[in-house]
Design a protein around this ligand. Structure first.
Ligand code: HPA
Length: 235
C-alpha cells in the first residue's frame, strides 16, 4: 500500500496502462482483461489487475494533469516496480492532417512546465517515448487499419488555454495534438529507466473544432487499448 494506491505488493503487474479517467480504467479492464479484479479505489482512482493473452496487466487511472499522473506513476514505479507504463487517453488535434478518431503515438512531449521542471533546473530535458514500444504500437495500429500519426505532442497545464499565440507556434512546429499528462510520464520513465509511451485518440480538434460524438468515444477508445496491449507484449 502507498499513500494513493491501496493495492498490496504483488497486486500491480509490471505492465500498467494509465487512462486519465478511472471509469475508463474500469471499462477497459472489464472489456479487455480476463479475471480483472479491483486493486485500488483510494480517492476513487480505480485500478484493476487481470491478464491479457495470459500476461498480467494493471489498468490504473492517472487523473487529469501532470501533477496527478506524477503521483500515480511515481508510486507505481518506486513502490510497485512497474516496468512498462502506457498512457491511453484523448487529445485535441492540432494539424489539418490529423482527423477526429485518429490515433497519435507521442514520440516526444513538449511542455511549458512539468512537475520535474524544478528538478531539471536550467535544463530543457527532451521527454521522449520508448522506441521499442513506439515501433510496436505503430505496427499494431497499422495492422488494425487505424489512421495513425507519430510525432511530437504538447503536454499542457491548462485545458482552457488563453494563449492562441502559443497554439499557433505549436501548430507551426508540427505538434500533432495536445493533452495534459505525457511529458511527465516520459520524464519519470527516463529517470527510473522504465518503458513509457502515450497512445492518444483525437477526441476534439483545435483547428476544425470538430469533436467525437460521445456515442463513439467507447469504440475509438477500444482501438487504443488494444494497440497499447499489443505494443506492451510485442515479441
Ligand atoms: N486540450 C488539452 N487536453 C485535451 C484536449 C485539449 O483540447 N482534448 C483532450 N485532452
Amino acid at each position: 500500500m502507498t499513500i494513493h494506491i491501496g493495492a498490496k505488493a504483488g497486486d500491480i503487474a509490471p505492465t500498467v496502462l494509465m487512462p486519465g479517467d478511472p471509469y475508463r480504467a474500469k471499462w477497459a479492464a472489464e472489456t479487455f482483461l480476463d479475471d480483472a479484479r479491483l486493486v485500488n479505489e483510494v480517492r476513487g482512482m480505480l485500478g484493476f489487475t487481470g491478464t491479457w493473452r495470459g500476461n498480467p496487466v494493471t489498468i490504473q487511472g492517472s487523473g487529469m494533469g501532470m501533477p496527478s499522473l506524477s503521483i500515480y506513476a511515481n508510486e507505481l514505479i518506486k513502490d510497485y516496480d512497474a516496468q512498462t507504463l502506457i498512457r491511453i487517453g484523448s487529445c485535441g488535434g492540432m494539424q489539418e492532417k490529423v482527423g477526429i478518431r485518429d490515433v497519435i503515438l507521442a514520440m516526444t512531449a513538449t511542455s511549458m512546465n512539468t512537475p520535474s521542471s524544478g528538478f531539471f533546473k536550467e535544463m530543457n530535458f527532451a521527454p521522449s517515448a520508448d522506441y521499442g514500444l513506439l515501433s510496436a504500437a505503430h505496427s499494431a495500429a497499422t495492422a488494425k487499419g487505424v489512421p495513425t500519426h507519430v510525432g511530437g505532442i504538447y503536454s499542457s497545464d491548462v485545458f482552457y488555454d488563453e494563449r492562441p499565440d502559443l497554439t499557433d507556434q505549436l501548430i507551426r512546429h508540427g505538434i500533432l495534438g495536445v493533452e495534459m499528462e505525457a511529458a511527465e510520464l516520459y520524464n519519470l520513465a527516463h529517470r527510473y529507466q522504465r518503458r513509457a509511451l502515450a497512445v492518444l485518440t483525437v477526441s476534439d480538434h483545435l483547428i476544425t473544432h470538430e469533436a467525437l460524438p460521445s456515442s463513439e468515444r467507447e469504440s475509438s477508445f477500444g482501438d487504443m487499448v488494444e494497440i497499447a496491449l499489443e505494443a506492451a507484449f510485442a515479441p
